[in-house]
Design a protein around this ligand. Structure first.
Ligand code: ADP
Ligand code: MG
Length: 348
């Protein structure tokens, strides 16, 4: 299991708040023209003239949203940023800036926070997002992370959950269920390690699902591919809580029903293998497992030819006039209603 490196440990109180902020934000350069002022003043300044400004925020609590027993802090930083970028992708917008609030106990060393910021900065570089500010404070126990992302989109490009039309095609990007299988594997190894710390983790051959859990990506590439193909989704949402839950959100917001087909749900072979190892039907992992951060969207039937050749997109069903009926046709031709069994942060 992963543990914080304790050599070269610097205590937080050796640096103090401002020293820590300086260290964590040292050398940050702004790449987006809309970023007028970044770290170093009482507020960041952003100019999105001519564009819509989109804002979204996420709060992550240690022990509730992440477990440092198997999440390296660099990965946590990367993921914390990327899940916010994914919210922008889901609106058909581009993330441009983030502000990062952290509350941290003295259990964490300066080096641990540097590792977290390394991950944040890597995500920002990869997605060309500017880290323009934040807040740093102490916590009695544990780590709290609040990230707010600011994005931009042309006014006529913004996609909402509620725009789907009757008989629109339902599409998903990438493949589903992998992140949840990664989580189950990590939880299993954690339990083994707790029982006997001398046992080495047995995670060989599971790289794909582990990276789905530990290092998700926001599908900006899909947003770009759709734009290139001249397609604006009629509705869109990112898959953070499982396909079933997100389909319910889209259908409710669009005041329509929908029907998807089990054999059409894209699932990676590694996900299938791990699901079977856990005695789970792979489609259930896709429907109810969370954190894949793929995009679920609808397009008009007229756009079928434009999207059918885009490799990372699968068409899994269609919207129906049948308000309230969110259903799946199973592999053996049964029609079953879908329920939101995805992870619900308030039902812990
Ligand atoms: P204030 O007293 O106005 O809240 P701070 O002293 O908290 O200002 O922050 C000083 C500057 O450092 C601000 O520009 C703020 O946005 C930035 N900052 C503070 N904490 C962080 C952080 N964890 N990550 C990035 N920037 C930060
Ligand atoms: Mg402050």
């Amino acid at each position: 299991m992963l543990s914080e490196k304790e050599e070269n440990r610097t205590e937080l109180n050796e640096l103090g708040e401002f020293g820590l902020i300086d260290l964590l934000t040292d050398g940050i350069t702004l790449v987006n023209p809309s970023s007028i002022k970044g770290v170093g003043d009482d507020a960041a300044v952003i100019d999105n003239s001519g564009f819509r400004t989109l804002v979204s925020t996420d709060l992550l609590v240690e022990g509730v949203h992440f477990d440092l027993m198997y999440t390296p802090l660099k990965h946590l930083g990367y993921k914390a940023a990327v899940v916010n970028f994914s919210d922008m992708a889901a609106m058909n917008a581009e993330p441009k800036q983030i502000v990062v609030g952290i509350a941290v106990s003295n259990r964490f060393s300066v080096e641990a926070l540097e590792a977290f910021y390394e991950g944040l900065r890597l995500a920002c570089t990869q997605y060309q997002v500017d880290l323009v500010g934040g807040d740093t404070t102490s916590s009695k126990s544990g780590l709290f992370i609040s990230i707010t992302v600011i994005g931009q989109a042309a006014a006529d490009q913004v996609c909402y959950r509620g725009g789907a039309g009757e008989s629109d095609l339902i599409c998903v990007s990438g493949d589903l269920g992998g992140a949840y299988m990664g989580l189950l594997l990590l939880e299993r190894e954690k339990a083994v390690f707790k029982a006997d710390p001398s046992v080495q983790p047995d995670l060989d051959g599971f790289d794909y699902v582990l990276s789905r859990q530990l290092k998700p990506e926001a599908r900006m590439d899909v947003v770009a591919a759709l734009r290139e193909a001249g397609v604006r989704p009629t509705s869109m949402i990112d898959i953070s809580d499982g396909l079933a839950s997100e389909l319910l959100h889209l259908s409710k917001a669009s005041a329509l029903g929908c029907r998807i087909y089990e054999p059409k749900i894209p699932i990676d072979p590694t996900t299938v293998r791990v699901a079977e190892e856990f005695g789970m039907v792979p489609a259930v992992a896709a429907l109810n497992g969370g954190e894949d951060y793929e995009l679920l969207f609808t397009v008009s039937q007229a756009d079928f030819e434009k999207i059918r050749h885009i490799e990372s997109i699968s068409i899994i069903g269609h919207m129906t006039a049948n308000t309230g009926e969110v259903a799946m046709v199973t592999t053996d031709d049964q029609l079953i209603p879908l329920k939101a069994q995805g992870w619900d942060g308030l039902k812990q």
